[in-house]
Structures are given as C-alpha cells and as structure tokens.
Design a protein around this ligand. Structure first.
Ligand SMILES: *[C@@H]1O[C@H](CO)[C@@H](O)[C@H](O)[C@H]1NC(C)=O
Ligand SMILES: *[C@@H]1O[C@H](CO)[C@@H](O)[C@H](O)[C@H]1NC(C)=O
Ligand SMILES: *[C@@H]1O[C@H](CO)[C@@H](O)[C@H](O)[C@H]1NC(C)=O
Ligand SMILES: *[C@@H]1O[C@H](CO)[C@@H](O)[C@H](O)[C@H]1NC(C)=O
Ligand SMILES: *[C@@H]1O[C@H](CO)[C@@H](O)[C@H](O)[C@H]1NC(C)=O
Ligand SMILES: *[C@@H]1O[C@H](CO)[C@@H](O)[C@H](O)[C@H]1NC(C)=O
Ligand SMILES: *[C@@H]1O[C@H](CO)[C@@H](O)[C@H](O)[C@H]1NC(C)=O
Ligand SMILES: *[C@@H]1O[C@H](CO)[C@@H](O)[C@H](O)[C@H]1NC(C)=O
Length: 778
C-alpha cells in the first residue's frame, strides 16, 4: 500500500510531458495490486531478473509477494507480476528482526507500522519492530538498507534460503523448497563477510538460484542454521569458511550491534561465481540507494515510458493510467539472457511468460511497438526454446514450459511478428518449423490432475481429433475453446508459410484455419440469435448446449473461462463468414450489442452489470471492436470507452481482474491510443484516442502522430479522420499505413455519432481467400 499523493504532487509540476525525463512520476507502482490484480509494486527494471519486494502472509495466495494486509515474512529477490495460477518464486529472502532470536528456524514475521511506500526504483517498508527497510535494484542485483530502532543492541537479518511463496489453493500447484546450501565467507583482505548460497524451489524442473551477498556493518555475529537437525553455530572467529546444506530449512542469521545495515545481493542461475560477478558489476560497493533509484527511473523513462508521449496534460488521471499501464505491462517476461542453466546458446533467453493465451491479443502486439529490440529477442527465445525443449511455450517460468489453456498461441505471436516485418536475427525457417511442431506433433501427456485427457504443458493436446475430424470432440477437455484457438493458430501458420513462399503448407493451413466452422452448431439459440460454437460428442453429433453457460468454465469443461457466446466471436481471421453464420450484418450488430446489455448474463459478475461481455478476461478483449466490421465504428467507440472508463483506474483496486502479466493494462493502452490490433494480421481497428495529441516513437526517428480536435471527456465520437494527410473512410489502418514508417492520424471528434467509415470493411482473410464455397473473394 502506498501513498499515491507523493507521486501525484510531482506529476503536477510537469508541463511539457513530451520532453520530460520524469515520466516515472506518473507511475503508481501499487496500482492493480489488490482485488485480484496481483501486480508487483516492488523494484524492477523493465524485464528485470530481480524484482525486489515484500512477501506478506494473509493465509491466501500472495502472487507477487505483496498483499495490502498481513504480516511481512521476508523481502525476497524474485517475483512475478500480475499472475494467477499459484504463486511462484519469493526465493531467497532477508528479514529484519529486533532482539534476541531464540529459534531462528521459526517463522519470523512482523506487522506493518505504516503503509509501504513505492515509487519507481524505490520501495520502503516500516515494520512493527520499529525497523524500516528501503530497497532498490539492478538487472541481477538488489540493495537492502535497514534502519533498526535507535535503542537496538541486537539487530538481526535472517537470510532464509528456504523461503518461498506458498499456495493455499490446494491444487497441488504450490512450490516447495527443494534444497540448497549457504556459506559465510570472510574476505582475507578487508576482513568483511559475505554469504554465498544456493536455493532450489519449484514444482517441476529443479532450478536453483545462486546468491552472493555482502552484509556490511562493523560488528557481526553470524549463525548458520538448518533443519531437520538444527545446528546453530555461533561464529566467534571468522577465520574459517563455514558452510552448510539442507533440504528442509536453511539460512543464516547476522546479528549487529548497530542501527544501520546495508546488504547488496547478486543472483545468478548459473553459479555463485556469476552471482558474485553480477553484484560487483551492477552494484559496486558504496553505491547509494539514490543512485540505483535514478538508474531504474532512467531505464524506465528511456526504454519504455518515453515511447508514448503527449503534450496534453489536462487530465492527470489519464496520464497516470497511461504510464502506470506501460509500467506494469513490461515487468515480465524476464530477460534471463546469459542466465540459462539448461543449454548454452547464442540466442537470447526470456522466461516468465504468463501466458501467451493472455498476451497474444494486445500485449505482444504492443510490445513490438514499445520495445522492438526486446521483442525481437523474445521471438528468438521462443524459437530457441523449441530447439532445445521440443516445443515453444504457451506459459513458461522457472525454465519450464507449462500451463497451456487453449491453443498453441505462440503461433499467433510469430505470425504477428512475421506479417509486421520482424526479421533481424530471427531464423524464420526454424520459427516455421516450431509452428509446424505445434500443428502436427501431439505433445506427450503430462497427466495434469486438472485435465488428464491430453497435454496441458505445451503444443496442442487435442491435435489427434483436429487432424482426424477437423473438429474436437468431448473426448478432450475444453474442446470448443481449443477448437476455435487451433483455427487461429493454423491461420498463423498460413501467414508465415505464405510469406516464406511455402505454397502447399500455406494452402493446407489456410484450409485448416476454417475448421472452427465445423464446430458451429446452428441449433444453439439465445433470444433471436441462432448458431454458436458448440461441443461435439465422440460420434460427431452436437451435444446440447446453452450458449450462456460454460458449466464450471474451467480445465475440465467444454469451454475455458468464457461463455459459448463469447467464444463464438473469436474466429478473428474469418469474420465475414462469421457474420453470414450469424444471419448477416444487422443480426451481427444486434448480437454484439447483446454482449454489452446489462443483466443478460445470469451467471455474470454484478460489478460488470452482469453483461455477457467480461471486461476482466481475454476471450472478450476483441469483441467491442468488431462493430468496425459492420459499419458501426461509433459503437466500437461507445463500448470500448465505456468499459475502459468504468473498470480501469490507476489505483490499487483499479483493474477489472487479474492483470495477467500486463494483458489487462495493454488492452486499456490500445483503447487510449484509439487503435486495436488484430493479431496475426496487419489490421488495426480504429477507435477514438483519449488525448489531443499522442506521439508513438517507433525507433530510427520514425513516429506516429495522433491528434484529436473537438474531444473532451464527454465528446468522443469520430466525425472524420485523415491518415497521412488523406481523408480516410475505413474503420481500420494497416501496419504499413502508420507503423512501418510512422505516419499521422488526425481525428475530429464530436458528441454525436456520424457515418464516416463508409469504405471497405476490415479484411477477413480466411473468408476472402476461400475459393471453395460461400466465400466472397472481395
Ligand atoms: C508469525 O510469528 C509468530 C510468532 O511470533 C508465529 O506464531 C506465527 O506462526 C508466525 N506467522 C507466520 C505466518 O509465519
Ligand atoms: C503478526 O505479527 C505479530 C507480531 O509479531 C504477531 O503477534 C501475530 O501473531 C502475527 N500474525 C500472524 C497471522 O502470524
Ligand atoms: C551448493 O549447491 C550447488 C548446487 O548443487 C553447488 O553447485 C554448489 O557447489 C554448492 N556449494 C557448496 C558450498 O556446497
Ligand atoms: C553495543 O555497542 C554499544 C555502544 O557502542 C556498547 O556500549 C555495547 O556494549 C555493545 N553491546 C554489545 C552486546 O556488543
Ligand atoms: C480524467 O480522466 C478520468 C479517467 O479517464 C475520468 O474518469 C475523469 O472524468 C477525467 N476528468 C476530467 C475532469 O475530465
Ligand atoms: C537482455 O539481457 C542481455 C544480457 O543481460 C542483454 O545483453 C540484452 O541487451 C538484454 N535485452 C534488452 C532488450 O535489454
Ligand atoms: C503419464 O501417464 C502415463 C501413463 O500412466 C505414463 O506412461 C507417463 O510417463 C506419464 N507422464 C508423466 C509426464 O508423468
Ligand atoms: C481442405 O480441407 C478439406 C476437408 O476438410 C479437404 O477436402 C480439402 O482437400 C482441403 N483442401 C486443401 C487445399 O488442403
């Protein structure tokens, strides 16, 4: 919890945002931390390995370590941000404790005596003991600065190698400490002490974190601890190099007769030597917290925040939402290049992808625009993971693939990168082979207790049905939602195959990309709407299905985390055909509007007025923009804006649901920019920007300038648009129009809808290249 006041005050004094180095002043790191948002409020660089922050115990899962209530159990180095599933990391912590410690192996914890204070590059916690702890970080090292109470003569720091963030979900997804060691070493020259250790925690593949740390102050007593055979050694002399190992409980206590203690810690997944090198290179001795904070701010400003600028400072809340969303969108994935213990490679390595199921629509497409250098590295890393692990990930953390909720959505990401011209050092022949593995090779079953029907680890578990029938039967779990995702994945293969002039493959996968149509049950009915994506029994017949129910909507059901009516909009490469199936333009508009009508969803969340549209989950993300396909761009503006304004705020509870590693934040960013990406295609659907001007800095001096005139909080319907100086009558632009070389988009806004987008509808490539039947080759 943090005091937004501190940040907001300095933001108000800026008047030329475009040139200010101080965009971090608009970032509120505690935004989205509570009500299930799960964002990380501690210190991290963009994609930083170190995410240094507090771990709190409340009896429920602390996904990012942080909770607004509860006791501190430690301050640890590795965290995720905005994830669900079960907590990961929280490994290797330090915990300050005042007074004599009888049993260091107990669960030492402490209350909060004041709200935590968070700003970019700096985190401060105040503990019940009277101790305050301030932190900052670099890419692979962190700095802790303790101020113990004035009268303290026994100030302790417990280093807990066995500390992890526990899970209380009871799904067997919790991590546990798997073993490690710690040594306390005296520097022969300076006489100073440091610890080196190794801790391993996880659920699947064992991966260990090496640490190397100095604890600096004058007087020290050190004890090494372990369970199950507690062995507390008081080290009176520092001449030896004590070291100890344990799989149950492990740590060390450093005791000081002093109120100021600093500790700099480096980490590595390779070795303690490398951890020591990392800390020495990144936080040389005597580096101040203030210096590190400045460096973190500079990195965020230069690498991320300054990529989108505006001179429109009329609404501070909008600026905070813009920059805070950019911040939380870019904390994970983690750039672990040079720190991969599994294989050596000249390719980059990115971990903590949570998950492409969440990220492929809005996040990866924005990632390309904001950080093209990191994005290309990320794409190369996906392909390198296929080279060495056999499959690209949908989700990946701790160096392991895992948690594939639907299709093999790395295919969508690669297709998007390919059609938008990402080349650089990406080996596209290999990238296509990786996609073909997803499309043709059945992944081994990992026997996930949540779904034993097929792999949930990687690839496409339900592939045998897809290949044999062109649809997925209820032999497989999540059959319907997987089927529509497999179609989109196959469309991705078509896109890359076409680009690589692989004609046979292109035809094959374009054809397959239409197989979602085989899952269309024309007899499903809701109000006057007939025809929805429905489950098929193993004999091929359709199973009876209510378009408004997904049962438990979870791993074992026919639809995953979304209603049949929502998934029925998700063949985004074949919208023209979808409109026909839905009964034509007017019926499609009515069906879309039903998604936003309050009260129609009996099982809906009342905080979202029980709408069928779910602003808190990804299968709904594109739905408000589909009005652009049927001549009602005004309704896209109306509903996207309404939902963004209603459910997003730069406050701790200000996300509509789980951040999903920044997916939510990237959705609202696109709404604010007035564009929406159709991933895997070059199309961007046109909305209505929130600022009078926006500049997107694309690198190499290229810029997209977006301006609006006549708009205000209540006046936002598009009256006219010029693109690159030309009057525009289409509710969409392409990558080449505005991003490849930059460009301009000039909007005139007004209070009433106007029919300005009278030109061709956005492309529906799978419909338009359909020579077989019913296809309109427009
Ligand atoms: C916190 O410490 C108290 C002892 O002071 C202990 O009884 C309790 O179990 C600890 N709680 C946690 C969550 O570690
Ligand atoms: C929180 O810390 C206080 C002070 O040490 C302790 O009395 C209390 O039991 C702790 N609460 C939990 C849930 O561990
Ligand atoms: C600690 O464990 C790691 C991983 O097994 C090992 O590489 C390292 O040598 C060990 N260090 C000590 C001092 O035992
Ligand atoms: C701690 O330091 C104070 C002042 O330097 C000294 O008076 C006291 O004896 C020291 N206590 C211990 C336990 O070393
Ligand atoms: C500023 O923006 C916020 C969020 O978009 C909005 O709720 C608020 O009404 C706006 N304030 C004014 C004065 O326009
Ligand atoms: C990723 O990390 C590697 C190794 O630290 C570094 O060389 C590379 O520049 C980083 N990528 C980005 C985009 O910062
Ligand atoms: C899954 O179960 C099958 C059959 O019992 C077994 O052959 C296979 O090794 C298991 N795979 C894993 C990853 O546990
Ligand atoms: C497309 O798929 C259908 C069956 O799903 C098949 O009959 C046809 O031959 C395929 N066409 C191509 C070009 O692969």
């Amino acid at each position: 919890m943090r005091t937004s006041g501190v940040v907001a005050v300095s933001a108000l004094v800026l008047n030329n945002v475009a040139n200010a180095a101080g965009l971090t002043d608009y970032v509120l790191p505690d935004a989205g931390t509570i009500n299930g948002g799960n964002t990380f409020p501690g210190v991290s660089l963009p994609f930083g390995v170190i995410k240094l922050g507090p771990d709190l115990y409340t009896g429920s899962d602390s996904y990012s370590g942080y909770q607004a209530t509860g006791n501190f159990t430690g301050f640890s180095l590795l965290h995720e941000s905005g994830t669900g599933g079960a907590p990961k990391y929280g490994v290797v912590s330090q915990m300050p404790v005042v007074g004599a410690i009888e049993n260091p192996l107990e669960d030492h914890n402490d209350t909060r005596s004041a709200k935590d204070e968070a700003r970019v590059g700096h985190y401060k916690a105040s503990l019940g003991s009277g101790t305050t702890l301030e932190m900052s970080a670099t890419h692979r090292a962190g700095l802790y600065s303790y101020t113990f109470p004035k009268d303290s003569t026994s100030s302790n720091v417990i280093v807990d190698v066995s500390h992890v963030l526990p899970s209380f979900r009871g799904q067997g997804l919790g991590q546990s400490y798997l073993g490690g060691n710690i040594s306390v070493i005296k520097d022969p020259q300076s006489g100073s002490l440091h610890y080196e250790g190794f801790g391993s925690a996880g659920t699947a593949r064992q991966n260990g974190l090496f640490t190397s740390a100095d604890i600096l102050t004058k007087r020290r007593l050190t004890r090494l601890l372990s369970e199950p055979n507690p062995l507390a050694t008081e080290l009176a002399s520092y001449d030896d190099t004590p070291s100890i190992e344990s799989t149950a409980r492990l740590g060390a206590v450093f005791t000081f007769n002093s109120t100021q203690v600093t500790s700099r810690v480096g980490v590595s997944f390779i070795s303690t030597d490398q951890a020591c090198k990392n800390v020495d290179a990144e936080i040389p001795r005597d580096t101040s917290l203030a210096t590190l904070e400045e460096n973190v701010k500079k990195a965020w400003n230069e690498r991320i925040l300054s990529k989108i600028t505006t001179t429109d400072t009329t609404n501070n809340t909008n600026l905070q939402l813009l920059y805070t969303s950019l911040y939380h969108m870019n904390i994970i994935p983690t750039n672990k290049t040079g720190e991969n213990p599994l294989w050596s490679s000249s390719e980059p390595y990115y971990d903590d992808t949570f998950t492409l199921w969440d990220l492929f629509r809005c996040t990866t497409s924005l990632f390309q625009i904001i950080e093209p250098v990191a994005y290309e590295e990320f794409i190369r890393s996906l392909v390198d993971i296929w080279r060495h692990d056999g499959f690209m990930p949908d989700g990946r953390s701790s160096f392991s693939n895992g948690v594939t909720q639907g299709g093999s959505n790395a295919d969508n990401v690669l297709a998007d990168a390919y059609v938008k011209g990402v080349r650089g050092a990406v080996n596209w022949e290999d990238a296509f082979k990786a996609m073909v593995t997803d499309a043709e090779t059945v992944p081994p079953n990992n026997n996930d207790s949540r779904d034993r029907s097929a792999s949930t680890k990687e690839g496409r578990g339900a592939l045998p049905d897809w290949l044999e029938h062109g649809y997925i039967t209820t032999k497989y779990k999540r059959s319907v939602s997987q089927a529509v995702e497999y179609s989109v994945n196959d469309f991705g293969l078509y896109q890359v195959a076409s680009g690589l002039a692989k004609t046979d493959e292109a035809n094959r996968y374009l054809n397959r990309s239409r197989n979602w149509r085989n899952q269309w049950n024309p007899d499903m009915k809701f109000q006057d709407f007939t025809g929805f994506l429905g489950p098929r029994n193993t004999d091929g017949t359709f199973k009876k299905q209510d378009p408004l129910s997904c049962g438990g909507c979870y791993w074992g059901d026919d639809y995953y985390q979304g209603l049949p009516i929502e998934y029925s909009f998700n063949a985004h490469h074949d919208i023209e055909h979808l409109i026909e199936l839905c009964g034509g333009t007017d019926a499609f508009i009515a069906r879309l509007e039903a998604m936003f009508t309050p009260g129609l969803n009996p099982s809906g969340d009342s905080k979202f007025d029980k709408t069928l549209f779910n602003p808190g989950n990804e299968p709904s993300f594109t739905t408000p923009f589909l009005f652009n396909y049927v001549g009602r761009q005004d309704l896209t503006v109306k509903y996207s804006r309404f939902n963004a304004k209603s459910y997003y705020n730069p406050t701790p509870g200000g996300l509509p649901g789980n951040s999903d590693a920044g997916a939510m934040e990237s959705w609202v960013l696109w709404v604010m920019l007035g564009l929406y990406p159709m991933t895997g295609q070059t199309t961007f659907l046109v909305g209505s920007p929130w600022f009078s001007d926006l500049t997107i800095h694309l690198g190499g001096g290229k810029e997209l300038h977006i301006t609006t005139t006549g708009g205000s909080e209540d006046v936002y319907y598009v009256q006219s648009l010029k693109v690159n100086g030309q009057t525009w009558d289409k509710a969409w632009v392409t990558w080449d129009d505005v991003f490849a070389n930059g460009g301009t988009m000039e909007y005139v806004l007004g209070s009433d809808p106007v029919k300005w987008a009278t030109g061709p509808a956005p492309p529906s490539p799978a419909t338009q290249h359909d020579d077989s039947a019913g296809g309109d080759s427009a």
